[in-house]
Write a protein of this length. Structure first.
Length: 230
């Protein structure tokens, strides 16, 4: 009987030590886990083989960390905030904005190059287009945006094709002070409220077509003078 009691005490002691050891091991693992570095964020998914269509704020968020896109189309019935695309610097193809009915402003703060065309067409509520760092574009077409008042392209220096800004009923300001050359036509027609065109550096365009009744005569004359003789 005495031996049995001894054995029982020994077994209990061993069990106690095992439980303590196991608890200590789990505690160490828990502490290590708490001190572990967080996993690195997943790399952004940036399509380079197709045009990206931005129809919702979620679509824009997915593209927010991308620096380059093949093409971007903004087409939506909802209000969108494009200013979060602060990594996008290059679009190798076209930038298409419209039709939209809920977008009041489009700002792409880091966009520098659009290899194709910029089409801004049929945006019902859009009041401003702001591309503060855009330097080059293949072609620019801004047409039929009834509410737009301001187009701001302060760093744009060259356009490989035409610049056509037509039928924008409320447009007042076209700001492109650094633009030097337009390889094809400059067309400003159907913009009855356009009174200010900042284009002091422009010295060459393939041709010039103007029909903007509120543009000061001296500004209109200077713009016509940049047309390259055939």
């Amino acid at each position: 009987m005495r031996r049995s009691r001894t054995d029982a005490v020994t077994s209990a002691a061993r069990a106690g030590r095992t439980t303590a050891n196991e608890f200590a091991r789990i505690s160490v693992l828990a502490v290590a886990a708490c001190g572990a570095r967080p996993a690195a964020p997943a790399a952004p998914s940036c399509p380079t083989d197709r045009t990206v269509v931005l129809a919702s704020q979620r679509d824009i968020t997915r593209l927010a960390r991308c620096t380059t896109a093949r093409g971007v189309t903004i087409r939506s019935g909802a209000a969108l905030d494009t200013s979060v695309l602060h990594a996008l610097a290059t679009i190798t193809g076209d930038l298409v904005i419209g039709p939209t009915v809920g977008v009041e402003e489009v700002t792409l703060g880091e966009l520098r190059i659009v290899g194709g065309a910029i089409h801004v067409v049929s945006n019902g509520l859009m009041q401003g287009l702001f591309l503060p760092r855009l330097e080059r574009a293949g072609r620019i077409e801004i047409d039929g945006n009834v509410a737009i008042t301001t187009i701001s392209l302060p760093k744009l220096t060259a356009v490989g094709g035409a610049v056509s800004i037509t039928d924008n009923a409320s447009l007042e300001l076209l700001d492109m002070p650094a633009l030097a050359t337009i390889d094809q036509a400059l067309v400003l027609t159907g913009d009855p409220q356009l009174t200010l065109v900042e284009a002091a550096q422009l010295h060459a365009a393939g041709s010039v077509q103007l029909d903007v009744p509120k543009l000061p005569p001296d500004v209109a004359e200077r713009l016509r003078a940049v047309a390259v003789a055939p």
